[in-house]
Write a protein that binds this ligand. Sequence first.
Ligand code: S3P
Length: 472
Amino acid sequence: MNARVSPLRKPARGERLRVPGDKSISHRALLFAALAEGESRIAGLAGGDDVRSTARCLAQLGVPLLRGDGTPWQPKPGSRDAATAVARAERPKGSAPLPERDSEMGPDDAIVLGQGLSGLREPVLRLDCGNSGTTIRLLTGILAGAGVEATLVGDESLSRRPMERVARPLRQLGAAIETTEGKPPVIVRRGHPLRGQAIGSDVASAQVKSAVLLAGLFAEGETSFTEPAKSRDHTERMLRMMDAQVAQRGTTVTVRGKASLRGFALDVPGDLSSAAFLIAAALIAPEGTSLSLEHVGVNPTRAGFLDALAMFGARLKLELEEASGPEPVARLSVSAQKLRGAQLDGDLVLRAIDEVPILAVLGAAAQGETVIRGAQELRVKESDRIAQMAAGLRAMGARVEELPDGLRIEGGALRGGADIDSAMDHRIALAFSVAALAAREPTSISGAEWADVSFPGFYDLLRQLGADVELS
Ligand code: S3P
């Protein structure tokens, strides 16, 4: 799909908007609920393709997933795993009654019938993780612990991403895992019980940390994970909510094995990483633009974007809402403003790692120079995001220097009039769509359908805000 996005000429106004549920939390909610004793109810799941990949894999592992309206979640028609998963989606005796269709729960809500730590079934087919790094990395940890033999594969983009960072520590715990020259397909072998160990990592990664902690739940004794800086802590918060024993000391997290996890009810906060695109769009839109977003997750290990905005000189109103789960949520209000260039690095960049593409767009629209450093991990995301942002912003008329671990951007007005390819990367599609709104001439984004990985409905929302978007 091609999206031709024209500059926004008139101020936009949006009140009390909601963004899709947090992707990181949605993956975890489904995966952890599958390992719980009993039923979990999850509201407001991210509706994008990535979380669907997690749900599809779980169905193949024999985990009954029901939609909020009580019907089984339907994997791809025709697959043998699909047939079994649907057949098994019968509810155990004594379960709480399902909500009335379309009343208490919406289309993004799910009920997961947990199988406990020893209830996963070996899949008949390979597990297709699609475009999703979180799915393949966290599932590898779970399967290694559960002793379930499986092959995990992904699409062309995922098949280029490093898996040894997960396989290596899991082998230290006793797992037998094969990667394909360090990348997917990944094979997890059965019959290798795990023993708790102290694992050290030279990369701060929540996916690696989560894979190790999840495997640690199945291991004998305690498993700890130490990383160079603290990555997002959704896993730790959620496991505590499920009564697992999780301790944190500095950048070391320890989990006790042979745990029993309690089922839960969770309302997934809106995704700050998706909200970031709308906030950025409002900041660089015509004067008079204002936007407020409700129920956005503002976990401090994830909210570096908000601190980065302050460094651009932007004012944003944050009102904490009453949290119903382990994650803080807030209402965020923002209006169009003049921005000045910013120097972003270190811990802030780690806490805003998925927001670097849109921060680069803000840098291009700000007055003065913006330098982003310490973002080398972006080279191994869904695409090489440093290279994609540098090339795309240059095509739109910005002066950009590509650094090994970031970007140096000369701010000013963007010309636009470019053809940008999303490179199978949702955040590249989204970032350049926002950049196009603030440019002088229309910009075309090919592969715009990748936006659906994390932000289904994004282009409809832009249109509602008054943007001229042609999809073809
Ligand atoms: C994520 C962790 C981060 C982030 C990704 C989601 C997670 O990746 O970039 O989008 O849900 O744990 P790394 O663990 O590779 O840093």
